[in-house]
Design a protein around this ligand. Sequence first.
Ligand code: NAD
Length: 248
Amino acid sequence: MSLDGKNALVTGGGSGIGRAIALRLARDGAAVAILDLNLEGARQTAEDVAALGRGSFAVRADVASAADVEAAAREARQRLGPITILINNAGIGHVVAFVDTTEEDWDRMIDVHMKGAFLCAREVVPDMLQVGWGRVVSISSVAGLQGAAGFVHYSAAKAGIIGFTKGLAQELGRHGITVNAIAPGLIDTPILGKADLTRDVQQRMVRRSAVGRIGQPEDMAAACAYLVSEEASFCTGQVISPNGGMYF
Ligand code: NAD
């Protein structure tokens, strides 16, 4: 699946799923801008993309900040050219009982996932419209499809990503732009530790899955590679859920 000559922006590309997606897009031929709050992680991924012979650069930005996203997209466009592949991947995990959820917890969760996807798409969709081709892939979660206890704010934010995807797909379909979401199951990345999902809980979830193993970031990158490809031009407004047959 050749992405030669295409330019991608991957948010949260400094770690886990975003990093695997950035490397996969680069292997498939794209130049990749890596946006992350964690500049060190973003730089590492950008170096690894460059080692594959593709254009790349790292930029520190908070996807929930309109000013940060605007500056990052401008720099990406200047350095690489029009951005026609957007991967809305940046995310946070946080376990909290619903009754203990603060207004601040709620706002940050919604801002990073939903507002972040909106702000990033708002910056780069004009490039896609101008070129007449584009791919937007946003990372939702099985929590957004089914809900998850202790993750009510996360479930709401991830369900919001699905509504965003379906609405934008309807609006952009006639312009050669597809918009889809990936709803991963349990994937082995640093977010599991940050979200306090203990090994015990993880193992219980894996035991209940059909395939009997935790997912790897590369499993998500493979789904993403399909969604951004030419072959997927008839696939829009969809949610693909690679989850190993694992349901809460
Ligand atoms: P991760 O913690 O390894 O990576 C997330 C990256 O996003 C980090 O590099 C972090 O610095 C960055 N980030 C966080 N907030 C940001 C912000 N405001 N602005 C810019 N960058 C920011 O976790 P991951 O598992 O690779 O998560 C990637 C996406 O996949 C997230 O949206 C997450 O919700 C989703 N997801 C993960 C799993 C899983 O089991 N790992 C399951 C379902 C969905």
